[in-house]
Design a protein around this ligand. Structure first.
Ligand code: RVP
Length: 499
């Protein structure tokens, strides 16, 4: 006979946190959100931790190299999407790893033979007023000079004037050599009143530009997540089909943490993939998604470094409707967290868990941490920002960003949903949609983090571990959910009704 669960499966919106005593020294500025992302032994430190408990989803519409840089800069991690060619994904990882905070690869380049008109056209196209002049017009050619807006007079200079006649030539440039630290570069910028400092190698080839404003920006990111070489920590998604080609390429490109991206991870395919990675590479690997104790233990015993929880809760996901599998995100998380704690008590090995999908309100993040998640993975949340890889469109009077599921026809990520047999997407498990455009990642993240920290203080907790220990969580009735929003008043236009 089939097994019947006695409790219905529940979502985050069915729960609330009940405040604990808040002591006078418990305030948001003192809260630490540092959290482990890979397994570790009792008494030891995990090899990788996040400074904020956020990861961005393994999705075409969410996690590319730009998102990876933006999120690592704020203390979280992106898992660059795997539903693309091995070369394409490895290139994104390489770009994100190669990005040195404050050091940028020059985006506007010309040769001395170009003209003032070419400079103006390029400025119009890119918006950059600093143009590097190299022998071959590439960002890594031999640096021959720099052109800025101060080098020409639009009222006097003919548009056909060659760049060689008005650029600041290399012999008059202040430049730095490869290996210079950002603060040394900044000293040169200040000492010589520069806006931009080129960095060249021993053959005078251009490597980076350092801009004054980027240094200031860098200083504002105390949480940034860096490896020992001061590159950002970068994650990447893999599947259980082409791992023998994909994993070596991702590791060679510098990926720090991999995750097997699958809608149902309780499978022998995942065990084989984990074992292949563990026996050939040092790179860390997470697995999932699972929704119960059995799935958790199976993947842990297969060697996974962290476990991802959740089936069917994603905003664009229709797996539950299409296949009738899944479980409410809160119920899944509560059961898996209990299994994780039991495993820790028995073995002394702590396995971080990631709650993936179904975060709608900021407080859902705090709830999931309180229920035992070490970090969350979000798609919709990040898709709304400037940094996501999709188009921003105006629909009616509102700006939106495109957002589609990995199981939609648009992404055609059949490997994520494959259970053996026919290779290809036979039916859709995700939709193609829009999400409201919300501006920059940093701005939104700051607000969300503040909310989380302030709720943690209501719960008398200064760290995620304390929250998990101290939290008191109550189920809410359908009528008390109504009570939680604005009710029995006539709302004025532009009132805040949600996030
Ligand atoms: P959300 O944050 O609610 O947008 O959920 C994102 C999650 O949804 C992803 O991390 C993934 O687990 C899941 N997903 C992605 N594509 C699809 C689909 O097409 N069904 N589901």
């Amino acid at each position: 006979m089939a097994h019947y669960y006695t409790e219905p499966s529940r979502t985050f919106s069915e729960y609330l946190l009940v405040p604990n005593l808040t002591s006078k020294d418990c305030n948001p500025s003192k809260v630490s959100l540092k959290t482990p992302i890979v397994k570790f032994k009792q008494g030891e430190e995990p090899e990788f931790s996040l400074n904020i408990p956020f990861s961005s989803a393994v999705m075409q519409a969410v996690s590319d190299d730009r998102m990876a840089v933006a999120l690592a800069r704020s203390g979280g991690i992106s898992f660059i999407f795997g539903s693309q060619s091995v070369e394409g994904q490895a290139e994104m990882v390489r770009k994100a790893k190669g990005y040195k905070a404050g050091f940028v690869v020059s985006r506007s380049n010309l040769t001395p033979g170009h003209t003032l008109k070419d400079v103006l056209d390029l400025k119009e196209r890119t918006g950059h007023s600093t143009v590097a002049i190299t022998d071959d017009g590439t960002p890594t050619g031999k640096l021959l000079g720099i052109v800025t807006g101060r080098d020409y007079r639009l009222s006097r200079d003919p548009r056909v004037k060659p760049v060689s006649e008005f650029m600041t030539p290399f012999s008059k440039l202040i430049y730095g050599n490869v290996g210079l630290s950002l603060s040394e570069a900044n000293d040169l910028i200040w000492d010589h009143k520069l806006n931009c400092l080129p960095i060249v190698d021993e053959e005078q080839k251009l490597v980076y530009l350092v801009f004054r404003k980027d240094y200031d920006e860098h200083k504002e990111n105390p949480y940034e997540l860096l490896d020992a070489n001061k590159s950002y920590i970068v994650g990447a998604g893999i599947n259980t089909k082409d791992y023998e080609e994909r994993v070596p390429a991702l590791v060679a490109a510098g990926a720090d943490v991999l995750v097997i991206d699958s809608s149902d991870g309780y499978s022998e395919w995942q065990r084989e993939t984990i074992q292949y990675v563990k026996s050939n590479f040092k790179v860390k690997i997470g697995a999932g998604n699972i929704v119960d104790r059995e799935g958790f233990l199976y993947l842990v015993e297969s060697g996974a470094d962290f476990i991802k929880v959740g089936i069917g809760g994603g905003s664009i996901c229709i797996t539950r409707e299409q296949k009738g599998i899944g479980r409410g995100q809160a119920s899944s998380l509560i059961e898996v967290a209990a299994a994780r704690d039991e495993y820790y008590r028995e073995t002394g090995i702590y396995i971080p868990i990631c709650s993936d999908g179904g975060i709608v309100h900021d407080y859902h993040i705090t709830l999931s941490l309180a229920m035992g998640a070490d970090f969350v993975m979000m798609g919709r949340y990040f898709a709304r920002f400037d940094e996501s890889p999709t188009r921003k469109l105006k629909i009616g009077n509102n700006f939106v960003k495109e957002f589609w599921g990995e199981g939609s026809n648009r992404a055609r990520n059949w490997q994520r949903y494959d259970t053996g047999g026919k290779q290809g997407l036979v039916f859709e498990e995700g939709v193609d949609s829009y999400v409201p455009y919300a501006g920059s990642l940093q701005e939104n993240l700051d607000k969300t983090l503040h909310k989380i920290k302030s709720t943690m203080c209501n719960c008398g907790s200064l760290s995620i571990a304390e929250l998990q220990q101290n939290a008191r969580i109550t189920l809410v009735s359908a009528t008390s959910i109504v009570e939680g929003g604005a009710h029995d008043v006539i709302l004025k236009e532009n009132s805040i009704t949600g996030e």
